[in-house]
Structures are given as C-alpha cells and as structure tokens.
Design a protein around this ligand. Structure first.
Ligand code: FDP
Length: 333
C-alpha cells in the first residue's frame, strides 16, 4: 500500500486540487510539528514532571494544569517565526498574541485550545489539541477584532488526539482526513483518507449530571433516548462520555454519534461550557465536512457571529438526523 504522509497529502491538495495556497500548507505543517512535541510531553507525564496544577488560572478563571501551559508555549514558540501568521489566539491567554516584530508577518490567524480535556491529564485519559486557521482581514490590525469572524470563514481546522495512538484529524474544506503518528519515524501517515459520520446513530454523549439545568428540548430528547425500545424512538441507545471533547468527537467521527454540551441555566452569563472560537467552530467545520451537522439548538454554529474571543456557546453536533431532531425539538419547545 502506498504510504501517504501529511506533507504529500497537503502538496496534493495544493498542486492537484488547488484547495489550499502554499502558505496555508506550510502553516499547517508547523502546527503538525508542534503537536508532535506536545505528544512527547503528554507521553512522558510524570517522568518529565509535567503533571499537576500550574498554580495559575486562565482567562476563564479555571486552574491551569502544567501541561496546559507547556502545550501553549510549544504552540506559540513553534508558530511565531514561520512568517505565515499575523497573530495567534489561545484559550489559555486573555488577549491575542501578536507576531513579534523581529519575525516576518503573514496573512493567517491561528487559534488553538492547546490541551483540551485537561481534567483528564492527571488520570491518563486521552486529551487533545484543537486548532483553527482564519485569514486576517486585508489591511486590518491583527487584534481581537480581526479574529471575530464566523466559523464559515475558517480555511482549515483540526485536532490532535493523544491517546493509545497520537492522531491528527484535519480539514482544509475538502472532506476530513486522519493521520497516525508513526513514532519511530516521526511522520504523520494517512490512515483515514475519508472520515464520514453516519447520518443515524444509537450512541450519544452528554454529561448527564447536568440534567436538572437543561433546556426542555434537551430534556425531552434525552428522556426519549433513555426510554429506549419501550419509548417513542422504539430502539435502545447507548451513552458514552469521556469528558475530553476531542476524544468524544473522534468517536463520533469514527462510528457516528451525537455529542452535546447544551445551554444550561446554572449561570446565565455562560450560555454554554465550550468555547466558540477554540472548540465549537473548529469541531463544527470538521463535523460538517464529514457529513454531520453542528448547531446551538437554534442556529448553525458556523454562522454564529462572535462578539468576543472567549465566548461560550451551546453545542449539539454529530450524526445529521439526530442533530436535526434536537433542532426540531427546540423549534417546538
Ligand atoms: P476540560 O474543561 O477538561 O478542558 O474544554 C472543556 C472540556 O474539558 C471538554 O473537553 C469536555 O467535553 C468538557 O469540558 C467536559 O466537561 P465536564 O467536566 O462537564 O464533563
């Protein structure tokens, strides 16, 4: 079998399909190199002394883990000098990071959640890195306003999953592909040339301990799934919740499913738990490119106009027919 590497795949996308310009290809390669370094640190864990709390809080007031900080540093340092970026924004930093003056500036903006699922780090459960690339509006300062573009404007999105294998899942707007890190050679090898989400599913992912805070539409939907064969759906459903969005989304990209972190009424200032720019938008682009759907319950996630960098959003995504059902329940509620 022909062994296709990430570089070959990207060159084909650039040269044969004219799907991406050369600078975007090179930019994605820089991110892919950075996540290899993160993977090494995640893999060493206690040996490298990177487990546990960092002793600081991020912009969301959440305690940062040491690996959150390490992964953020790796992404900043790997990406600042390449010449393809105008600025970066990270879930772990309050403000965008401008490219230092000593380096050339480029046309793209990079956003990332350096280590998603951080509550799972210390218990050796899969975590990941999520990223997204936007174009910096022409003539604009690369400040926070430049980043405030709806998800439909993303030119690439992807995630790395640090699990039994390290995977890189990527879209440049021409479907979704998955690579496995060959640890001996340090190469990304194409192992999933066409990731598709089945339209129907019997598997769902939600943190059910929040049930009492959910909107009526979500309560109705989950009640029907839990009722199984005897209920209105006439079939049994199974539940899975890793609590690392990357791992939960990867499962539904592999075998279908619906993933929900819906709006809940605990704190009216937080319309959801997940971050629009660092989690919901990149994952929604990937899910749509794989034939699935992604909604807030009321609106396609990719159409949400952001009004600040760290805003949160309700998320319902995955197998198309199930997401559409949830949207219908919201319309009927
Ligand atoms: P985490 O805070 O551990 O980084 O990003 C938010 C996130 O993880 C998602 O990856 C995950 O799906 C969710 O939070 C888990 O939330 P619960 O703690 O409510 O299960």
């Amino acid at each position: 079998m022909r062994r296709v590497t990430l570089t070959q795949y990207l060159i084909e996308q650039q040269r044969e399909h004219q799907q991406i310009p050369v600078n975007l290809r090179l930019q994605i390669e820089v991110v892919a190199r950075a996540v290899k370094a993160i993977s090494v640190n995640v893999g060493k864990g206690a040996i490298a002394g990177v487990l546990g709390e960092a002793g600081t809080d991020n912009i969301q007031g959440e305690a940062q883990k040491q690996l959150d900080v390490v992964a953020n540093e790796i992404l900043l340092l790997s990406n600042e000098w390449g010449g393809h970026l105008a600025a970066m924004a990270s879930e772990e930093m309050p403000l965008p990071y401008p490219i230092p003056n000593r380096y050339p500036k480029g046309e793209y903006l990079l956003l990332f959640d350096p280590l998603d699922g951080s509550s799972n780090i210390d218990v050796n459960i899969s975590v990941g890195t999520i990223f997204s690339v936007l174009r910096c509006p022409e003539g604009a300062e690369a400040d926070e306003d430049a980043f405030l573009q709806p998800g439909t404007q993303q030119v690439a999105a992807g995630y790395a999953l640090y699990g039994p294998q390290t995977l890189l899942v990527l879209t440049v707007g021409a479907g979704v592909v998955g690579f496995t890190l060959d640890r001996e050679f340090g190469a990304w090898v194409l192992t999933n040339p066409d990731m598709r989400i089945p339209e129907d599913t019997r598997e769902y992912a939600i943190n059910a301990s929040n049930a009492r805070f959910w909107d009526p539409a979500i309560q109705r939907y989950i009640d029907e799934l839990v009722a199984g064969k005897e209920g209105p759906r006439g079939k049994d459903f199974n539940m899975r919740w890793v609590a690392s969005m990357v791992a939960d989304v990867h499962r539904l990209l592999t075998r279908g499913g619906i993933f929900m972190y819906p709006r809940d009424k605990r704190d009216p200032s937080k319309p959801g738990r997940l971050r629009l720019m660092y989690e919901a938008n990149p994952m929604s682009m990937i899910v749509e490119q794989a034939g699935g759907a992604a909604s807030t319950g009321h609106q396609r996630i990719l159409d949400v106009q952001p009004d600040h960098l760290h805003q949160r959003v309700p998320v319902v995504l995955g197998s198309r027919n199930e997401v559409e059902r949830v949207v219908r329940y919201y319309a009927e509620a």
